[in-house]
Design a binder for this molecule. Sequence first.
Ligand code: FAD
Ligand code: N01
Length: 526
Amino acid sequence: MLDHDVIIIGAGFAGLYQLYRLRQAGFDARVIEAGDDVGGTWYWNRYPGARCDIESVEYSYSFDPELEQEWDWSERYAAQPEILAYAQHVAQRYDLRKDITFSTRVEKLDWDEDATRWTVTTDDGQSRTAAHVIAATGCLSKPSRPRFEGIDDFAGLVYWTSNWPHEGVDLAGKKVAVIGTGSSGLQTITAIAPIVGELTVFQRTPSFAVPAHNGPNERLARVRPHYQAYREASRMTRLGFQCDDGTGFLAETDPAEAAAELSRRWDIGGLCYNSGFRDILTDANANEVAAEYVRSRIREKVEDPELAEKLSPRTYPIASKRMCVDTGYFEVYNQDNVSLVDINEEPIHRITSTGIVAGGIERECDVIIMATGFDAMTGALGAMEIRNGDRTLRQKWAHGPRTYLGLMSEGFPNLFTITGPQSPSVLSNMMTSIEYHVDWITGALKHLREQGLNRMEAALDAEDNWVNTTNDAADLTLMPQAASWYMGANIPGKQRVFMPFTGGVGTYKQICDGIAVAHYHGFELS
Ligand code: FAD
Ligand code: N01
């Protein structure tokens, strides 16, 4: 006797929607969530300035037209409190919380081949059984916490953007240090610079950032009357949101025309900056033109030319890391109370009771904010012991993840991953990718039930082919050239392999739809 048909791990947008769909299809499903409420990313990352980089018209569920019509997004790019409120609204509206066990972390999954079931063990010592497990554990949910020497001696306060206190932090007038200049760092720095006493930013690698030009959400009213058709179109795009993709090649475009197009996109704002030409991510010269345009805008914004140069990325192609979408980030460095430490020139030596020593100089601070990122894509999965007999997923993926379609991994039957490695996931509007995976997995479970089957596993040859396909697709781009978290390069000792599928959301959907129609070709069903 099983405790549940399905156990879902995680109550972010993926887990919530998966629960809704399974319940609707008549399965008994239970969600187990480490946090004490829903929202995932938007529950944990409550740092000042946290905001979406996808327009709210697109970064929202599409599964229920009524939900679409009733929820108002106030800004073009929603801020964290509004996105969290939306997740809470969804949980309330569909009465999802009653099937979620909160404040409980899954530690172990054990596959029993004879009984065709998983045993799920949690940190409260309990075990539950289910025929299927769906990991909705998030691509960016396991924080990376580098150990800085002396951190325990620090007499001030240390905060992590990835686990920001719910009650907020009063930083007014304080001396604050921020380590890390990815999206989380940039947003935090921009938000706190006007209120802190002194701000010292420790930068290892500068980020490319395009302006958000955030404001009232004027697009929502225009899109709403034909929302479903709009979503349908978004599902077939490269990035899971609509971008007015250019069809020309930058390398073949007259320089003045190219600059005009980049400038037009800069003025619109947001991640579509890179979509003006087809070769920005495949041709190093084209990429450099797009990169240099951003650097020229940084030089316009930052008054001190030396500082502008330090803030200008030069060591990796533009868009080979997820771009930042900023709201006045570079201008912050014109303030007298803000200073930048380039830790390539002045490496962090240690943290003392009163501050951070870098390049032989101690910068005093009352608060240190760590914006040091995540063990992305595989981190949350690797944190659990996922076992089938003497094989563990951790061992199998020691040299990089191996999946079929980013949905399943051979040797671990009846275990699905939402936005898993080797799917478009983090290269896309995650809402589009989450909804697609949830619908696909729900379809597969319904198919098994209709056929009187109870076991599904990726076939080894299909998996090998897909791993090769994703590697080949990545190698056609400049993306593997960056030491990014897409590559696992931010985690010491982690195998460097490009993890997401670069072929695009629409193409990926066509592949997976085709595989489902072809009786789940490449999966073994029994
Ligand atoms: P998550 O929201 O990460 O939820 C996973 C949940 O699983 C978490 O609540 C976690 O506590 C739980 N969990 C994990 N392991 C266990 C375990 N072992 N046991 C129990 N529970 C567990 N994407 C975009 O497309 N656009 C954006 O603008 C954007 N902004 C982002 C900003 C930040 C700060 C971060 C960190 C990510 C951002 N992302 C963005 C990516 C974001 O993660 C996704 O958009 C989306 O919210 C992911 O939803 P999810 O449900 O898949 O995962
Ligand atoms: O993490 P990151 P993030 N010493 O890995 C530095 C999404 N997101 O949380 O680049 C010193 O990008 C590290 O330096 P380097 C989005 O997908 C979206 O900011 O490794 N520095 C880097 O500067 C994003 O891409 C939004 O050289 C150290 C920073 O810390 C993803 O989440 C907002 C260090 C980490 O940057 C991750 O973003 C937030 C060390 N030991 C997040 N270790 C939106 O705007 C790391 N660093 C939508």
